[in-house]
Design a protein around this ligand. Structure first.
Ligand SMILES: Cc1cc2nc3c(=O)[nH]c(=O)nc-3n(C[C@H](O)[C@H](O)[C@H](O)COP(=O)(O)O)c2cc1C
Length: 400
């Protein structure tokens, strides 16, 4: 039976455990480049034991970024920065994954730690702002919320050009040393908006039926599959449910993932649609393992390995959903920001016999052999150590 710490092999790639650092936009780029900032935080997560490490969503075109502080891979001169990132992840035992995406209607924003809108949400910039641009989508329908500025509805020629950009980005990603590629088809970004009837009201072959709304995604997948090495995993994160009666329906997602499997998809990472702020009962936001039941349905009904995120930060929860074979990989987001050594902590919490196997060998030697006052090593005591400490005075009292 697998558990959170067991290795996982997909195609020609083996992860040391089932723990992935989920892609998280960091707003730390200048001119779309990866630099010291990215080497620092991604290297730290690899050294902290994550099996698979994703940087943020990486834009395939400049207008596919969320903000002008986000990273991309639309040009050959960006490859070197990515290579620094993949090198450090590999140096510390991780597999480097890249999430390729285009933000579509949800681009042209301000980093939220710099400024939010009046409701405390993401602030969009108008096209004429120096850090803004005209966003694109399947139809000229703004995303809602703060995104009220005009949206350019893509022509078929522009769609084909974007698919070429996906392929060029994938070729650069392989060149930079990434060994796992996830297409970002979720969270209201361009691909998710093509898939959602809330955003896509086209009357050509890219709109209407489920097959037509999935066409943009399938063609992007085909374009990438053609250039991405066959022995490396090709996966995607799907905006599988808008939690709205007029939006993406989960049943449609199951059908579309079946088509993607026929087109060479190796794993499905399930997430929310993100095409409307008006979600009805988005329980997954605050429930432990809230997206797991949907991921499990895909695993069983489509017969494909699955990953998911959303509230898997309690190690016992993440471990249970792997042990019960409900999902194959746990995507860890916010907990990876608060604790770069989350996998080591999780391994200790779960009673793993050698949690420090996850850190570099020289650190491990010290942590295993130079313990002194054990509680002072900087990690909370394991449940077994707590139980032992609770028993100790009672034993002394009995002896006396
Ligand atoms: C700061 C931040 C940035 C994020 N950026 C991305 C992103 O670039 N791509 C993506 O697919 N999800 C993104 N997400 C969502 C996370 O990958 C993850 O799915 C979500 O946080 C739920 O997992 P968690 O409960 O472990 O945090 C982001 C989340 C956070 C907190």
């Amino acid at each position: 039976m697998p558990d959170l710490l067991s290795p996982f092999t997909l195609k020609g790639v083996s992860l040391r455990n089932r723990i992935a650092m989920s892609p998280m936009t960091m707003y730390g780029s200048v001119d779309g480049q990866m630099d010291d900032y990215h080497v620092m935080y991604l290297g730290a997560r690899a050294a902290g034991g994550f099996g698979l490490v994703f940087p943020e969503q990486i834009a395939i075109t400049p207008d596919g970024r969320t903000t002008t502080s986000c990273a991309g891979i639309w040009s050959d001169d960006q490859v070197e920065g990515h290579r620094r990132v993949t090198n450090i992840i590999k140096m510390f035992g991780g597999v480097a994954g890249i999430q390729l995406g285009h933000t579509g209607r949800k681009g042209s924003e301000v980093p939220p730690h710099k400024e939010t809108n009046a409701q405390g949400g993401w602030k969009a910039l108008p096209p004429e702002h120096p850090d803004g641009w005209l966003t694109v989508g399947p139809s000229n329908i703004p995303a809602g919320g703060d995104h009220s500025y005009p949206v350019h509805a893509l022509t078929v020629d522009e769609i084909k050009a974007l698919h070429r950009s996906y392929a060029d980005a994938a070729r650069r990603a392989a060149d930079a040393g990434y060994e796992w590629l996830e297409m970002h088809f979720a969270h209201g970004y361009l691909a998710a908006s093509f898939f959602s009837p809330l955003a896509n009201q086209r009357t050509d072959e890219y709109g209407g039926s489920n097959r037509n709304r999935a066409r943009f995604l399938l063609e992007a997948l085909d374009a990438v599959r053609e250039v991405w090495p066959e022995h490396l995993p090709l996966t995607m994160r799907l905006g599988s449910d808008d939690f709205h009666p007029d939006g993406t329906q989960f049943e449609d997602s199951i059908e579309a993932i079946g088509w993607m499997k026929e087109h060479g998809l190796d794993l499905a990472d399930l997430s929310m649609g993100g095409n409307t702020d008006d979600m009805r009962d988005p329980h997954f936001f605050d429930e432990p393992a809230g997206f797991v039941p949907r991921a499990t349905r895909v695993r069983r009904e489509v017969g494909i390995p699955v990953a998911t995120s959303w509230n898997l930060g309690v190690p016992q929860t993440a471990d249970a959903v792997i042990r019960e074979e409900l999902i194959d990989i746990a995507m860890i987001g916010r907990p990876a920001l608060s604790n770069p050594h989350w996998p080591v902590w999780a391994a200790r919490e779960l009673g793993h016999p050698a949690p420090f196997d996850l850190v570099p060998a020289d650190w491990r030697w010290w942590l295993e052999n130079f313990r002194g006052h054990a509680p002072s090593i900087g990690l909370p005591p394991t449940p077994a150590e707590v139980a032992e400490a609770a028993l100790a005075p009672a034993e002394e009292a009995t002896a006396a």
